[in-house]
Design a protein around this ligand. Structure first.
Ligand code: APR
Ligand code: PHB
Length: 396
């Protein structure tokens, strides 16, 4: 006999426990608003998923306001500039000097761990391994979400649904296709990312590009490096041996000098490069946040930062609604979030195109790239504009 459905009522049903969903839940809790978080994967999986790790100053401040930045402030690496290398020529972009703002290196999964710990300590509802999540009814005054919780069918009635379930989630599909405009751009290359037990070759990030393609040296600590290699889009994460990956990284980052420190590869991920955005980011009582609404290529590491900004924006609007009954901020959510998301899209695409040449890149393409590089290195105005976008200042 099928067990009777579990019936739950909550003001806000949050679908997805990535940075967007978890931060939203935390901020709602700080405002005295209850919510239920439903996550398809297990806690272990979510806490180990290696993603980008660059936090803009605005993101760090948001996490501090949420009271979840203790470990980030102790362990995060504060950066004030990065290096750009084009065919052997090196330029340092001193973004803190140009903007007054820094960025922090701290893995996304560490942010996720800190947010899960905060939610668990506070005793807030956070369910892992939840199957069959579906936004069943979406009406002017509320919604019903159905799912399978601990093997039992469950029916969650709520006043608002927050779709924080990433690009492949179900929330977006609850919006009628005729009410949604989506735009997608796929780039003719991908990134192979590795996490390695090796010290970074330099204390700052190095973005290198040249005839062999793009490579990035990033890090998580003084003993763990995060590196990326531009690869053809069809390649899989295990096409190359560790030795081949290190040799190619060394060629692109140091010209083959052997200066790149190597070590055991702890993890590999293949990252497709694409841009995606859907408009609007709300439909009645359903709001879309983070990757559920927009994907950016990883070149400028904006994905996590945009997700955090969405969560803060919606939490603020819901707090006003519950405190005063005023809905102007909720009604403005989509327009405000989309303005920032488009700025993030534009910069991410610009930076992607600065750093990569696709298959069939011509001498003309290479000439244009050199001109962009020369413009950046020769003009303080151009460097400041780049820096403002890189640290996220221009989206506020
Ligand atoms: N039901 C419940 N949870 C789901 C479902 C579903 N049907 N589908 C996906 N999820 C969960 C995923 O397992 C994941 O934990 O939703 C969560 C979405 O989290 P993220 O993908 O991390 O997205 P978001 O919180 O928006 O953060 C954006 O993540 O992908 C990176 O580069 C991106 O840094 C950016 C950040
Ligand atoms: C990372 O460390 O994962 C990272 C850093 C900078 C980027 C992209 C990714 O531009």
């Amino acid at each position: 006999m099928t067990p009777a459905p579990l019936r739950i009522h909550t003001p806000v049903c949050v679908i997805g426990a990535g940075p967007a969903g978890l931060l939203l839940a935390r901020l709602l809790e700080l405002n005295g608003i209850d919510c239920v978080v439903l996550e398809r994967r297990g806690r272990d999986h979510v806490e180990r998923r290696v993603r980008a790790g660059l936090l803009e100053q605005g993101t760090v401040e948001a996490l501090r306001r949420a009271g979840v930045a203790g470990r980030l402030d102790r362990e995060g690496l504060v950066h004030e500039g990065f290096e750009l290398r084009l065919e052997g020529d090196t330029y340092r972009l001193p973004f803190t000097k140009l903007t007054g703002e820094s960025v922090w290196m701290y893995g996304q999964q560490e942010v996720v761990k800190d947010l899960i710990a905060a939610r668990t300590t506070a005793g807030g509802a956070l369910h892992f391994d939840v199957d069959d999540v579906r936004v069943d009814r979406l009406a002017g005054d509320g919604a019903t979400v159905t799912c399978t919780l601990d093997g039992r069918p469950a029916e969650i009635t709520c006043e608002f649904v927050a779709g924080c379930d990433g690009f492949h989630g179900v929330s977006r599909t609850a919006v009628p296709a005729a009410s949604l405009t989506t735009s997608t751009h796929t780039y003719p290359y991908a990134w192979l990312g590795i996490l390695a037990a090796a010290p970074p070759m330099s204390p700052e990030l190095v973005y290198a590009t040249g005839e062999r393609g793009f490579a990035l040296q990033s890090m998580r600590s003084s003993t763990v490096s995060r590196l990326y290699l531009q690869v053809p889009p069809g390649e899989s994460a295990d096409t190359r041996s560790d030795e081949e990956i290190w040799a190619e990284l060394d060629l692109r980052l140091t010209g083959g000098s052997g200066a790149l420190p190597t070590g055991p590869v702890l993890e590999r991920t293949l990252v497709p490069l694409r841009s995606f955005i859907c408009e609007p980011m709300q439909h009645g009582r359903l709001f879309l946040l983070g990757d559920a609404a927009h994907i950016v290529p990883p070149s400028a590491a904006k994905g996590l930062n945009l997700a955090v900004a969405d969560a803060e924006l919606l939490a603020g609007a819901l707090a006003v609604w519950y405190a005063t009954g005023r809905r102007a901020a909720l009604d403005a959510y989509s327009a405000t979030a989309l303005r920032r998301a488009w700025l993030g899209q534009e910069f991410s695409r610009w930076m992607t195109e600065l750093l990569h040449t696709g298959p069939g890149g011509t001498p003309f393409d290479r000439g244009l790239r050199r001109a962009r590089f020369d413009h950046l290195t020769g003009s303080t105005a151009a460097a400041t504009d780049f820096a403002e976008q890189y640290v996220g200042q221009s989206r506020r």
